[in-house]
Design a protein. Sequence first.
Length: 241
Amino acid sequence: MSTPRTHLDDALAEGAEVPGTAAQAHHLGTVLRRGPGDTVAVFNARDGEFAATILHLRKDRCAFALGPRLRAPAPEPDLRLLVAVLKRDAMDWLVEKATELGVARIQPVTTRRTVADRANTDRLGAIARGAAEQCERLSVPVVAPARPLHAALHAWDGAPLLVAAERRGAVPIGSVAPGLHLPCGLLVGPEGGFDPAELDDATGRAFVTAVALGPRILRAETAAVAGLAVLQALAGDWTAT
């Protein structure tokens, strides 16, 4: 039986007793059938990961007794994803997979062709937290509230940003990524693609490079996962030993 991992924002230290959330109590007790005295691992990016036992567990509350630290905190890749708001199922799936791929920040954006003008940040944040617990990373990516594409680009800090633009005669992503260093980001448009004026605005910025993701037209969520995988393999932490 694998040991469940639980993310907590509280300060973590050996010997501490820390409370969990109602959602964690439900998951541990109802879904995983765990109880007081069972072993878990508790973690966050600030303090690392600790062995722990369930101190008490009720329907809507729980607490953990922390044992020795299993993993110290360590730097994680500053890889970012800007993605046009997708339909609910596709957006949920993408947040989960982006978390598994090590993304630090997910910024939903609205464009002229997005199918929705908002994203449920609380739900997506919970999905990211659950994915982080499953994939053994220490951090949980930030899922920011949706904002218009032009506003997200205006607020960008100047790190390299690749925009998936298959129909623009863009250079292959594999020829660009090896020269990059994190932080960097990937921008993926909606199901219907960017409006030409939006793409002109994006590619007119000095930090943006238009890239192609192969000879086939990909669904938005597929394009995001494919692009992130290339960036992690060629510019991210997949080469770390």
